[in-house]
Unconditional design. Structure first.
Length: 345
């Protein structure tokens, strides 16, 4: 019997993240946190992972990411969830060292052999990253959940943050948008097979280029695109760096076939939750661009801010590494901070 995992969960992939406005409230605290000088990156900057200096020029990276099924196939679900979790280390300019599995499974509803396939998918991605899946923890849960806790490392001088962009920086993206739109259509039985296959391929593709980007001094800021959509993660970069951004919408890369779903107004619930949070800071949104720029991505690409005069060198580097890229905007020293979308539709 074929098990369709998405039928056992109310959310899918990074689209099941808590809405950004709700998360802001959860993270509020009246307690003054102790100061840890070696903690270089904590939750205050809304960055992709925590970073702790070991005192010898090397830093430890620690992150965790897990979610409910975004595809029906168990092996593929494990692979996507693992690629997504590893991305947080790459987005800090680091390299992963090992991973620990996080598994929640409704053992009375879904055979344990299916969970075994989820872990096999995770092992396949960890093998690509050349790290061990070294253990984990499991619980009996109402819905299937899977992800990884990942430990990585980075030279302190190569550490990249999401809040260190500079005025004039040019913005690049390494994967097209649309995984949330396509997987939502799949869950509703409305997706075209070729579109799903391309979305799955992209979600299983590691952002390992992030490790190499750490060594490039002209890369000023780096993050990955996940549940808050391109608009949300770009806003975190703008707000953290004290800058504004301008996006040329036609330059935004979209997965082939995405407009087929936007024209039918098929989109994840979290699209509108994202928009409600970031709307006050955005100008020029259109009916299509709202659905694509706020689309919650699972295992999305890297958002890179680089020095404006290094564009040719950066593009040559990515081409040599066989990494796709799109230049789509730039950052400006304008207050109040905002994101302006031009040529929107």
């Amino acid at each position: 019997m074929s098990i369709q995992l998405t039928h056992f969960s109310h959310g899918a992939g990074c689209g099941c993240k808590i809405a950004p406005a709700v998360l802001d409230k959860i993270l509020q605290s009246a307690t003054t946190a102790p100061h840890f000088p070696a903690l270089l990156v904590g939750h205050e900057s809304k960055d992709d992972a925590a970073v702790y200096a070991l005192g010898n020029g090397t830093c430890l990276i620690s992150t965790t990411d897990f979610f409910m099924p975004i595809v029906d196939d168990a092996f593929t679900f494990g692979a996507i969830a693992s690629a997504n979790a590893l991305s947080d280390v790459y987005a800090m300019g680091g390299s992963p060292l090992l991973a620990i599995a996080i598994l929640g499974w409704p053992v009375e509803k879904i055979p344990v052999e299916v969970a075994q396939q989820v872990l096999e998918g995770a092992r396949s991605i960890c093998a690509q990253a050349n790290i061990p899946l070294a253990g984990g923890h499991s619980i009996d849960s109402p819905e299937p959940i899977f992800g990884l806790a990942v430990t990585g490392r980075v030279n302190e001088e190569h550490l990249k943050r999401n809040n260190t962009a500079q005025p004039g920086d040019v913005l690049y993206l390494t994967k097209p948008l649309g995984t949330g739109l396509i997987t939502t259509a799949q869950k509703r039985g409305l997706a075209r097979e070729a579109d799903v296959a391309e979305a799955v391929r992209l979600m299983q593709t590691l952002n390992h280029i992030g490790s190499a980007l750490g060594a490039l001094p002209y890369v000023h800021a780096l993050t990955d695109i996940t549940g808050f959509g391109l608009l949300g993660h770009l806003w975190e970069m703008c707000e953290g760096s004290g800058l504004s951004a301008e996006i040329d919408y036609p330059r935004i890369p979209l997965i082939a076939g995405v407009t087929h779903y936007t024209q039918q107004f098929i989109y994840p619930d979290n699209t509108m939750r994202n928009w409600q949070r970031y709307e006050p800071h955005v100008q020029g949104i259109g009916s299509e661009s709202l659905l694509t720029l706020c689309d919650p991505q699972t295992s999305g690409g890297l958002l890179v801010a680089i020095a404006a005069d290094e564009g040719h060198a950066f593009e040559d580097f990515l081409t040599e590494q066989n990494v796709n890229f799109s230049k789509f905007g730039h950052l400006m020293a304008e207050k109040p901070c905002r994101i302006t979308i031009v040529n929107s539709r």
